[in-house]
Ligand binder design. Structure first.
Ligand SMILES: Cc1cc2nc3c(=O)[nH]c(=O)nc-3n(C[C@H](O)[C@H](O)[C@H](O)COP(=O)(O)OP(=O)(O)OC[C@H]3O[C@@H](n4cnc5c(N)ncnc54)[C@H](O)[C@@H]3O)c2cc1C
Length: 403
């Protein structure tokens, strides 16, 4: 590749955010280079669940049929409350989809980057970007010995903040959740039901079982080292998963002798409200901008959406040949308009519910009897209902007086 060639945009990171950005830019006829330090197929430590919002963008990228072929459809959810009470519920009806999906990231991310490449993005694998330097008319991106040039860069490097720190973009330690997951065989619980457990662990934390095809499941656990229990948290994410593996909900879900393969841990950045969203000639998308729901830990949907928004920001800048502060700030404001209120509410829900577990117990108890309330809870968690609706006076009254 010619190192002096000036591309329109370089996207660093070919996860969901980077693939969505590169796909949109390529579809719009832009010259886009997609760099990733890994070679695909590559794994990404994750729970592998994709929400309706994620499915919408995957569909718009033309990848949903391929995803469905290897994914497990989920139609219901089972919660184990802090007091051990189990509450199961069908997912609320969605106008377009019959359920959310679970698909290993090894497969999802390969499909997404394939669609970006088919649309016209040039992928360079094994390109570990270590520096970005300003040029008179753009940026120079270095990956070891290799140099690339573009008028603008989109950083979609996920929770790995090394590059953002080196560039002095990220100046403080971001708030993170620590989580670990592995893959198990021999699932004997409902293969279309996901399980979230909040019992037998210091909160804020949860464990999950997300079914995959052929009796496999993604089993994981994660926690925040915050709040009144912060000194009682496990030393590592792996330890929190070991604790969860002893949970009766896990033991009951699998045939005896369950073992986990491919156990890996990784942090989740949940600092969107404080995170930098741009730098000179640089837009930041996905988890690199802290876009993970601080209550549920999902971030694939927000990575895809923000990747697309970064592409739209880039398209506007390229069209106007204006990469100035006002344009960069407009991108940050578009992210804030889309996500800030929602993330603020969910951070407050997390801090309140996990500080006062009796409240979470009451929520679950009420949800077990009140379909409309449970639908609101689930739709809010899925990001398709304004979370303020949970605080409607009629629900607060029911919560206060529910036996
Ligand atoms: C244990 C765990 C469970 C989770 N469960 C879920 C879930 O069930 N559902 C959900 O929606 N979200 C979940 N998440 C969050 C989700 O995984 C992330 O939010 C999502 O992957 C973010 O996408 P992204 O494109 O921003 O970044 P990533 O998916 O992390 O992609 C970043 C890409 O950038 C590349 N890269 C990084 N640095 C460089 C560099 N310097 N040079 C070149 N390339 C680079 C990486 O190789 C990678 O391909 C979970 C996270 C964890 C840790």
């Amino acid at each position: 590749m010619d190192a002096t060639q000036m591309h329109d945009v370089i996207v660093v990171g070919a996860g969901p955010a980077g693939a969505a950005a590169a796909h949109r830019l390529a579809v719009q006829g832009r010259d886009v280079l997609l760099l990733d330090k890994a070679a695909f197929p590559r794994d990404k430590t994750c729970g592998d669940a994709i929400s309706y919002r994620a499915m919408k963008i995957v569909e718009e990228m033309g990848a949903l049929d391929g995803v469905r072929k290897v994914a497990q459809e989920i139609r219901s959810v089972r919660f184990v409350a802090p007091d051990g009470r189990e509450v199961a519920s069908a997912l609320p009806r969605h106008p377009e989809y019959t359920g959310v999906l679970v698909i290993p990231r090894l497969q999802l991310d390969t499909l997404l980057k394939d669609h970006a490449v088919t649309a016209g993005a040039q992928l360079v694998e094994n390109a570990h970007v270590d520096a970005i330097q300003p040029l008179a008319e753009g940026v120079q991106v270095s990956a070891g010995e290799n140099m690339f040039r573009a008028r603008l860069v989109i950083l979609a490097v996920g929770a790995n903040s090394a590059l953002l720190r080196r560039q002095d973009i990220l100046k403080e330690q971001p708030q993170t959740m620590l989580a670990a997951r592995g893959y198990a065989r021999g699932l004997q619980s409902d293969p279309h039901e996901i399980i979230f457990s909040y019992d037998r662990m210091a909160l804020p934390a949860y464990g999950w079982i997300f079914p995959l095809p052929e009796g496999r499941a993604n089993v994981g656990a994660g926690f925040f080292r915050i709040g009144p229990n912060k000194d009682q948290m496990p030393a590592t994410a792996r330890e929190s998963l070991d604790i969860y593996m002893q949970n009766p909900a896990v033991q009951a879900a699998f045939t005896t002798g369950i073992t986990l393969d491919e156990v890996k841990s990784f942090p989740l950045r949940v600092d969107f409200l404080r995170a930098p969203k741009f730098a000179p000639r640089t837009l930041i998308a996905g988890e690199a901008a802290g876009l993970v729901n601080p209550l549920t830990g999902e971030g694939i949907d927000y990575a895809l959406e923000s990747g697309r928004m970064a592409a739209d920001g880039a398209l506007a800048m390229l069209a106007a040949n204006d990469f100035g502060a006002a344009r960069l700030d407009e991108y940050a404001r578009s992210l804030n308009r889309a996500f800030a209120r929602f993330f603020r509410y969910h951070a407050v829900f997390r801090d309140t519910l996990f500080t006062y577990p009796w409240l979470l117990n009451r929520l679950m108890a009420l949800g077990a009897h009140d379909r409309q309330f449970m639908d609101h809870l689930l739709n809010s968690a899925l990001g398709i209902l304004d979370p303020a609706k949970i605080l409607a006076p009629r629900f607060l009254a029911r919560l206060a007086f529910h036996p």
